[in-house]
Design a protein around this ligand. Structure first.
Ligand code: KDG
Ligand code: MG
Length: 402
């Protein structure tokens, strides 16, 4: 079997998605997600100009060899753009293999370790009272795990907290917007938010919270300590990922579980964090970390240290990328939890998929391959629209983390 052609489909049904379609002489094709929020065109060019010309003519069955050809063969290793492009190729090849063999991808990577995949829902409110109301809505819908985020008193716009019931979408049309951030207001508020939610919702519910990389190590340690009485399932990205030593300080002062890595792109970002047991969950999803092949290696390395997976699953990962994560979730022994934010309804016009969320769990059908398809004619109805993630400044104007 040979790869005969490959094309990149950039489409914006509600938000931008980059999808790779790899065709074979057997008539079977595979899909991969190449979406990198705010850098869509860079990944499309990496594929079109650099990877795809050497993909044509290869045997799609040799996934491991193709992966290493692109990873080791490129002098410039790793990097978000490069690893998202390699991920798309890898995922498309797993999709092809599943379709050729007539079996879902999870069967090719170990089979089912469980029947259902626990997901966490996003719960955001303008303030603590609204957040509590929305937690009640999520639990009524069957979710057993929720990520709680809220507007912060005294801060005009909090990253990731949409206005009203608008869909979660931190990338806004055009050039980056600038917002203000104040860590001391944030630190004063979040333990109170957790206290209110615990009091209103009891001890059983899993509570997660995303710090979005904003704290210094000692601030993160303070937050960890102050949240301990409310036993969070995890706090996410407490310090910026590039400051890995910061997690040692947090760990020395708190037993709050830590999840990190949605902005990582390879297992090498994790080697110290996992082997020193400074974290509890890896967030790097297949779509941003070299695809299913590399996600399995990262998860295997993590499993040795009792670190679990908690793959990133925001709506800027397309249904193709989410399906790739779900196949891994079903198969991996050290699966922990999966993030799930439903895509906007309009996304269904362009993509069809084989997963379904019921009562806080995700279920995958037995459709061969990934089980996701794209309608290229419909995709053309929604041309690419430039959009950017915001930049944060401290209240005195200094650029800060977000
Ligand atoms: O592109 C940025 C989003 O993926 C990010 O804001 C989502 O932090 C996020 C999360 O945990 O889902
Ligand atoms: Mg996050």
């Amino acid at each position: 079997m040979k790869i005969t052609d490959a094309r990149v489909i950039v489409s914006c049904p509600g938000r931008n998605f980059v999808t790779l379609k790899v065709m074979t002489d057997g008539g079977v094709y595979g899909l991969g997600d190449a979406t990198l929020n705010g850098r869509e065109k860079a990944v499309a060019s990496c594929l079109e100009d650099h990877l795809l010309p050497s993909l044509i003519g290869r045997d799609p069955a040799n996934i491991e060899d193709v992966w290493h050809y692109f990873y080791k063969g490129a002098y410039w290793k790793r990097g978000g753009v490069n690893m998202a492009a390699i991920a798309a190729v890898d995922t498309a090849l797993w999709d092809i293999k599943g379709k050729v063999l007539g079996t879902p991808v999870y069967n090719l990577i170990g089979g089912r370790s469980r029947d259902r995949i626990m997901v966490y829902a996003h719960v955001t409110g303008g303030d603590a009272a609204e957040t509590v109301d929305r937690v009640h809505e999520a639990t009524a819908a069957g979710f057993r795990a929720v990520r709680i985020q809220s507007g912060i008193p005294g801060i005009d716009h909090t990253y990731g907290v949409p206005h009203g019931r608008a869909p979660y979408e931190p990338a806004e049309p055009g050039l980056p917007r600038e917002y203000f951030w104040d860590s001391s207001r944030y630190l004063n508020f979040i333990p109170k938010l957790f206290a209110r939610v615990r009091q209103a919702c009891g001890d059983e519910l899993h509570l997660l919270h995303d710090v979005h990389h904003r704290l210094t190590p000692v601030e993160a340690a303070r937050l960890g300590r102050e949240l301990e009485p409310f036993h969070p399932f995890w706090i996410e990205d407490p310090v910026s990922g590039e400051l890995q030593e910061g997690l040692r300080l947090l760990r020395a002062h708190s037993v709050v579980p830590v999840a990190i890595g949605e902005v990582f792109n390879s297992v090498y970002d994790y080697t110290a964090l996992i082997s020193e047991q400074l974290i509890d969950f890896v967030r790097l999803p297949p779509a941003h970390g070299g695809g299913i092949t590399h996600a399995l290696k990262t998860a295997a390395f993590a499993s040795i240290y009792h670190v679990q997976t908690g793959f990133h699953g925001a709506t800027d990962i397309s249904p193709v990328g989410l399906a790739a994560a779900l196949h891994c979730d079903l198969a991996l022994n050290n699966f922990g939890i999966q993030e799930y934010m439903p895509h906007q309804e309009v996304v269904r016009e362009v993509f069809s998929w084989n997963y379904e969320c019921r009562d806080g769990d995700m279920y995958l059908s037995d459709r061969p391959g990934l089980g996701v398809d794209i309608d290229e004619t419909k995709a053309k109805k929604y041309p690419y629209r430039p959009a950017s993630l915001p930049v944060n400044r401290k209240t005195d104007g200094t650029v800060s983390y977000w």
